[in-house]
Design a protein around this ligand. Structure first.
Ligand code: NAD
Ligand code: TYD
Length: 332
């Protein structure tokens, strides 16, 4: 199978490309990535000499570029997105552009060139905060911040192209991922690297918000399965089944690093902060997927990765990230 993967230089996309080439020897991958602040070619440096892998720098919103790279592929997997809630509160424009208009440009090209499959990567955040129970694929979307609203917009457009044009769309909505190569603005890599630097860990609000953590390699396996075995027009939730309050997660990270709990610094809450996300993943279980990595072991391996990969995250945290973090400082 020849795949176009978009956003492949980011966190999940890079893990996914490595997963595909490791598990399907005959596959080839073209990676279209704009290289925003979150895109890092170093995430795939190990594939530099793999003839099955090609990198193209470009924007998913650029219809011509998209048509050129899509021609001749068997399937498209769209990871490209602006992905950080806090940034969407400050600069929502880029979110609407990439997460809605980018999906539109891809859908148009998939329709025109009659590509056999378009897997769009979405998120549990489109369901909004879920105080009790868990979200099913048939539930309405109730996004509550500009990030999740733009992702919901992309999802709805994709489903509309299935409904009206029979463009073979599939959607995955996963819970919070963690693992190697995650940009250190997201809570786990931020807190691990801050702790390694003996810096405060800014915990929002009362620290009791709940996220369901999914190890990135488990998500990659699920996405790959949906790509090959899923039904067009369908949505698949992918949850890790590991609901953890932020304060417990923070303590676990500090415990693994042998750092004191005095590093925890309560700060003002994120505006509109969703309390809890939770997914019913019965449908993807029905395809045969289950998470393979126990949460505690995966968290330990992740912490260890950041502990030993300072050469990856130190340049990020001392570069463009610094300006972003300082802009956030009044709240932190
Ligand atoms: P990321 O921010 O680490 O990476 C995004 C990648 O997309 C970067 O390489 C960036 O350069 C690229 N990109 C951004 N705008 C682009 C554009 N206009 N054209 C081409 N490339 C562009 O994100 P991630 O955490 O790897 O998330 C990947 C996808 O998974 C996103 O769609 C996100 O909404 C979804 N998702 C993420 C999580 C999570 O916990 N990280 C959970 C559920 C769903
Ligand atoms: P994040 O990693 O930004 O993912 P999302 O908002 O998409 O779930 O945040 C995960 C949780 O951690 C969320 O409840 C917000 C919280 N958080 C903090 O308490 N402090 C921080 O500095 C960050 C970035 C997040």
């Amino acid at each position: 199978m020849k795949l176009l993967v978009t956003g492949g230089c980011g966190f999940i996309g890079s893990n996914f490309i490595r997963h595909v080439l490791a598990t399907h020897a005959a596959d080839r991958v073209v990676n279209l990535d704009k290289l925003t602040y979150a895109g890092n070619p170093a995430n795939l440096a190990d594939l530099a000499n793999d003839s099955r892998y090609t990198f193209v720098q470009g924007d998913v919103c650029d219809a011509q570029v998209v048509r050129d790279v899509i021609r001749g592929v068997d399937a498209v997997v769209n990871f490209a997105a602006e992905s950080h809630v806090d940034r969407s509160l400050m600069e929502p424009d880029a979110f609407l552009r990439t997460d809605v208009f980018g999906v539109f440009a891809l859908l148009e090209a998939v329709k025109e060139l009659k590509i056999a499959r378009f897997l769009h990567i979405s998120t549990d955040e489109v369901y909004g905060s879920v105080e009790r129970g868990s979200s099913r694929e048939s539930d309405p979307v109730r996004p509550s911040n500009p990030y999740s609203a733009s992702k919901a917009g992309g999802d709805l457009l994709a489903l509309a192209y299935w409904h009206t044009h029979r463009v073979p769309v599939l959607i995955t909505r996963s819970s919070n991922n963690f693992g190697p190569h995650q940009y250190p603005e997201k809570v786990i890599p931020l807190f691990v690297t801050n702790a390694l630097d003996d810096k405060p860990l800014p915990l929002y609000g009362d620290g009791r918000n709940v996220r369901d953590w999914l190890y990135v390699l488990d998500n990659c396996a699920a996405v790959d399965l949906v790509l090959r075995k899923g039904e067009a027009g369908e949505i698949y939730n992918i949850g890790g089944g590991n609901e953890v309050e932020n304060v417990a997660l923070t303590r676990a990270i500090l415990g693994l690093l042998g750092k004191p709990e005095t590093f925890i610094t309560p700060v003002a809450d994120r505006p509109g902060h969703d309390r809890r996300y939770a997914l019913d993943s019965g449908k993807v279980h029905g395809l045969g997927w289950r998470p393979a990595y126990p949460f505690a072991a995966a968290l330990e391996a992740t912490v260890e990765w950041y502990r030993t990969q300072e050469a990856w995250w130190k340049p990020i945290k001392s570069g463009a990230f610094k300006a972003y973090y300082e802009k956030q400082y009044p709240r932190r």
